[in-house]
Design a protein around this ligand. Structure first.
Ligand code: IPE
Ligand code: IPE
Ligand code: MG
Length: 247
């Protein structure tokens, strides 16, 4: 089936988030090391970024490294960090040519200095781009995000710039690392796992979840189109009844 032709471009999610999972299993099936899976995942990243930008998606957030991933074997962590540096270095020019802005969310200060430098430069180079924002979640977790937002809100309360009684959902959203970015309408997770794994906990409140058995290194443009088609068939009720929506 050609899913690209079935995508309704007038009803695209503005923001798609992806939990890119299954690299290790993909490599294991081929008798390779886990890092071979991570290396082989770059094509999937490239295809997803390209397809999303071509269609007109405004924000694409990729979960690349979680707070919990720091607990993996040191060799895997350091290989992932090196892969991050080399990929950003290689891809920044293409991002820039395609008018894509790079942003990060997460505790990026905990990343190795070389990664921070590469990311900072890529963000500087692409900061004026307007076609799509690619958000990399690095050393990210939803609970970390909520905790850092709380800390900053409390500081402002201390300074008297926010009154406790005025703290509402908007205040919290504005202090999360995703401030200014609309909540994702669609979350894609590969590898069949049916969990959020501490991703955008606050932001996913009403997101449509799409889980595919595909392992991330096998993910291609066609699979993104397929996910968007599935999303477009859903009825998003936001607590209302179906009848209310058709009125
Ligand atoms: C996702 O693939 C990549 C990262 C979490 C960095 P995994 O490495 O989790 O692969 P599996 O889940 O072990 O197959
Ligand atoms: C989630 O995948 C994190 C990323 C994709 C970066 P994991 O493979 O770390 O998730 P769990 O541990 O299986 O839930
Ligand atoms: Mg995994």
């Amino acid at each position: 089936m050609n899913f690209r032709e079935q995508v309704d471009l007038d009803n695209l999610p503005r923001h798609i988030a992806v939990i890119m999972d299954g690299n290790g299993r993909w490599a294991k099936k081929r008798g390779g090391l886990r890092i071979f899976g991570h290396q082989s995942a770059i094509t999937a990243v490239r295809e997803t970024v390209e397809a999303a930008a071509e269609m007109g998606v405004e924000y694409l957030t990729l979960y690349a490294f979680s707070t919990e991933n720091w607990s993996r074997p040191a060799t895997e962590v350091s290989a992932l960090m090196q892969l991050l540096v080399s990929t950003i270095r290689k891809e920044t020019e293409t991002l820039n040519k395609n008018n894509i802005r790079l942003q990060t969310i997460g505790n990026t200060e905990s990343l190795p200095k070389a990664c921070q430098k590469e990311l900072f430069e890529a963000m500087e180079i692409t900061k004026g781009n307007t076609r799509m924002t690619l958000v990399l979640a690095l050393s990210y977790s939803g609970r970390w995000d909520i905790a850092q937002a709380m800390q900053r809100i409390v500081v402002e309360v201390g300074h008297g710039t926010i009154a406790p009684a005025d703290i509402n959902e908007g205040t919290i959203a504005q202090h999360l690392s995703t401030a200014g970015i609309p909540d994702p309408e669609l979350l894609i997770r590969t590898s069949g796992e049916q969990r959020i794994s501490n991703f955008l906990l606050w932001q996913l409140a009403y997101t449509e979840l799409y889980i595919t058995e595909l392992l991330w290194p096998d993910f291609r443009k066609e699979h993104l189109y397929e996910a968007i088609c599935a999303f477009q068939r859903r009825e998003r009720r936001f607590g209302k009844t179906s009848e209310q929506l058709t009125k």
